[in-house]
Design a protein around this ligand. Structure first.
Ligand code: EPU
Length: 428
């Protein structure tokens, strides 16, 4: 019920430090279920999706301890049942990684269908196809996925679509299977590589992560480990775009510039200056923005998770830009909200046509999902006047301390509880 209130128009200046990657953390935390000892995971982002997945493991019997604000210790040895209940699982998409992890450990998994952002149909057929190739049977009844194998045996799996989730799940199920599993047409996202590195640090034998062929030779035992998660590429991209939209000079720290190449390339095409350092990028924008076209693709293509944020930037660029969303069937629910700020966007299926306008003007809007919510924040920062964003729980699922980080850059943004708003009105 809480809201963000933003008064736009301030340019952004200074440094912002990026947290650990959400989509790596939500794969690596369930992967710890496969260990025979304690896993210490560092650079964990302090976001709701992480708390939920950690709570699920705890509910299942794991010992989960927050050692400091970004380090989590998980001792999974007390998990005795391969069942994850609906109550928490339905709150997030990545809870489907429990399927692969529990299957890998117990040869059985019973997990409610996951929740998460609504981009139209989100099938898991490729995950199930992978489990079946390893020798598992599955059924889907009453909203629960039940997977079972007498014995998991390595096999070749060709993914019909490049799927991050299926690649992760098959890796998790195969890592302790007997023999060699080869995933072809695998996803190549940085968090896939991070998961492979985490598993290898536990004693797994995973090769080729980051290419489209991943080979996993099963091992019988995985030990506990200590591992630090990569920085969040999408959080970094979001601050880069915010600096470009509001204008100013911002250095985004704790990043791997190579992971940001497709974002950097598009910003440069639009006339934004991007300087790359070893672990930082500096964004400078004081001139006009030029139109550009975007097509979302699996990594190393332009990430779908940056599409809504870029749509805001294109809305204030000179000229007409075309966005082609080729990953998700429907990822334009936010467009209606962006129009409230004065953006001129028309959508036909997977294509959005954006006519740049001179300025956006603040208005009340909603965060329709996580990245859509980030786009509303950027819109609010760039707009003239006040923007009020509702449904911010979507944003807080994936962005650590977003209000504080933007405030430190000079933005006029605050989080208010609805109670505060009611008492402020009463005082008038
Ligand atoms: N797909 C299938 N069958 C499957 C799986 C996927 O047809 O069995 C299709 C999907 O419908 C979609 C495409 O394949 O059209 C790609 O889906 P993918 O499985 O790669 O997506 P995901 O694993 O569910 C992850 C991220 C998303 C991100 C996508 C694409 C996590 C937890 N989520 O989702 O991130 O959009 O990959 O890069 O890693 C976000 O962080 O805001 C977010 C939504």
């Amino acid at each position: 019920m809480d809201k963000f209130i933003i008064t736009g128009g301030n340019k952004l200046f200074g440094d912002v430090t990026i947290s650990g990657a959400k989509n790596a953390a939500v794969a690596i935390i369930p992967a710890a279920i496969l260990a025979d000892g304690v896993c210490r995971i560092e650079n964990i982002p302090n976001i709701n999706d992480v708390s939920i997945i950690a709570r699920i493991l705890q509910q299942m019997g794991a010992n989960v301890k927050m050692v400091n604000k970004s380090t989590l210790e998980i001792d999974p040895r007390h998990i005795v049942s391969p069942v994850a209940s609906y109550e928490l699982v339905h709150q997030m998409r990545a809870s489907y990684y429990l399927l692969g992890a529990l299957l890998g450990r117990f040869s059985r998994a019973v997990v409610a269908m996951p929740g998460g952002c609504d981009f139209g149909v989100r099938p898991i057929d490729q995950h199930l196809k992978g489990f079946a190739a390893l020798g598992a049977d599955y059924s889907l009844e009453g909203g629960v996925v039940n997977v079972h194998a007498d014995k998991l045996t390595g096999n070749n799996v060709y993914l019909d679509v490049v799927s991050v989730g299926a690649t992760v799940n098959i890796m998790l199920a195969a890592v302790k299977a007997t023999g060699l599993t080869v995933i072809e047409n695998a996803a190549k996202e940085p968090h896939i590589v991070d998961l492979a590195n985490f598993l290898n640090s536990m004693g797994a034998d995973v090769r080729g992560a980051g290419t489209d062929v991943i080979k996993i030779r099963g091992v019988t035992h995985l030990n506990g480990t200590c591992y630090s998660i990569i920085p969040d590429q999408i959080e970094a991209g979001t601050y880069m775009v915010a600096a470009a939209a509001a204008g100013g000079d911002v250095t985004v720290r704790n990043v791997i510039p190579k992971h940001l190449e497709s974002i950097t390339a598009k910003l440069e095409e639009m006339g934004v200056v991007v300087e790359e350092y070893d672990e930082a990028v500096r964004i400078v924008r004081d001139g006009p923005l030029s139109k550009c076209n975007i097509k979302t693709m699996p990594h190393p293509g332009f990430p779908t998770d940056m599409q809504p944020q870029f749509a805001v930037l294109l809305s204030i660029a000179n000229g007409t830009s075309i966005v082609n969303e080729s990953v998700w069937d429907y990822r334009y629910r936010y467009v209606e909200e962006l129009r409230r700020l004065g953006a001129q966007i028309s959508v036909d299926g997977k294509i959005a046509v954006i006519e740049g306008v001179r300025e956006l003007v603040g208005a009340p809007v909603k965060a329709t999902d996580l990245r859509a919510g980030a786009a509303m924040v950027i819109g609010g920062l760039a707009a003239r006047g006040a923007t009020q964003i509702e449904d911010i729980e979507h944003i807080e699922r994936g962005y650590e301390n977003i209000v504080e980080k933007f405030q430190a850059l000079g933005a006029d943004i605050k989080r208010i509880s609805v109670l505060e708003q009611v008492s402020a009105k009463a005082a008038l």
